[in-house]
Design a protein around this ligand. Structure first.
Ligand code: GUN
Length: 297
């Protein structure tokens, strides 16, 4: 088996951001519309601060308006809901994202439910979850699984039908929407999780493996079917034996690349796709809110 092709998510994301920027430019010049994305960050979580800073920067680079609202760690649910309502009613705002996780005094589901589903660029509102699971065209799809699907379709020349896929992880943010997207692409999909009886056996059946469990290097190369395509959603920081830290995925990259036909690296695989898809969703939302057909990206 030749060594696996490395799926370059960083390059794909850069191309997607360029396509979004071109369409934003057209929307501005032809319709006088500048899409706007509002991000709310509650508290001081360092990883969230990095994400939010990168989102803001890339939003502006794509030619869109970026609004950022930083609220203190002790913000009440009432105050956060009032901010969401204000943004729901602001016509300049086409997309609203509340950065997760939220402090413990706040009920996450209540906040997500308060976002206007048509502005829910994270795709976490139950209305968008329902739209995705029923195959509706209007919905907004969670960014990370959307990015994974784009990389897979690009790799397979657009057609995933009939492939056996195993998704490891059942989160609302990745695992469950990933299941729905792969099903929509006519894959036969298994969702594995912490109570799955024999995970290596399940993985060994799969043409496509999507790992989203948050456990460093858990999926080993010798679990894989020869020629499997591996999408690694994990971003885990581990200690190096010689000191310092490094980022690794949920897949043991070194052994997996000996068995897989293609694999996403960490970093530089799925990671950069998330914000690129957020920009794509913001453009889609702006078009839909203005009765314009959203461009294919
Ligand atoms: N925290 C980690 N990933 C995400 C995401 O995709 N959206 C939001 N809102 N918060 C996150």
């Amino acid at each position: 088996m030749p060594e696996a092709k490395i799926i370059d998510g960083k390059a794909f994301a850069a191309g997607l951001r360029e396509r979004v920027a071109k369409e934003v430019e057209k929307l501005k010049s032809e319709k006088g519309i500048t899409p706007g994305l509002a991000v709310i960050l509650v508290g001081e979580d360092p990883a969230s601060q990095v994400y939010v800073r990168n989102k803001g920067k890339q939003t502006v680079e794509a030619g869109m308006n970026s609004l950022e609202f930083k609220m203190s760690e002790d913000t009440s649910q009432e105050d956060l809901l009032a901010k969401v309502e204000e943004l729901n009613n602001n016509p300049e705002v086409n997309g609203i994202l509340v950065q997760l996780p939220l402090p413990k005094q706040i009920d996450e589901q209540a906040v997500l439910a308060a976002i206007n589903p048509d502005k829910d660029v994270d795709g976490f509102h139950v209305v968008n979850v329902g739209r995705l699971s029923t195959g509706s065209k209007e919905g907004l799809v969670p960014c990370t699984p959307l990015g994974c699907t784009m990389l897979l379709k690009d790799h397979f020349g657009g057609d995933l039908s009939g492939k056996k896929a195993v998704v490891i992880g059942r989160s609302n943010i990745v695992g469950k929407p990933m299941f729905n997207l792969l099903l929509q692409e006519s894959c036969t999909v298994t969702v594995a999780h912490s109570r799955t009886k024999d995970l290596p056996e399940e993985v060994s059946q799969a043409d496509i493996v999507v790992a989203a469990v948050g456990r460093p290097e858990m999926v080993k190369g010798d679990w894989l079917k020869d020629g499997a395509v591996v999408i690694d959603v994990g971003i885990n920081r581990i200690e190096k034996p010689e000191g310092g830290t490094r980022l690794v995925g949920d897949v043991d990259f070194e052994s997996a690349k000996e068995r897989a036909s293609a694999i996403t690296p960490v970093p530089g695989g799925v990671g950069p796709m998330t914000i690129a898809c957020l920009l794509a969703n913001t453009l889609t939302a702006a078009c839909q809110q203005n009765g314009i057909e959203a461009p294919a990206l």
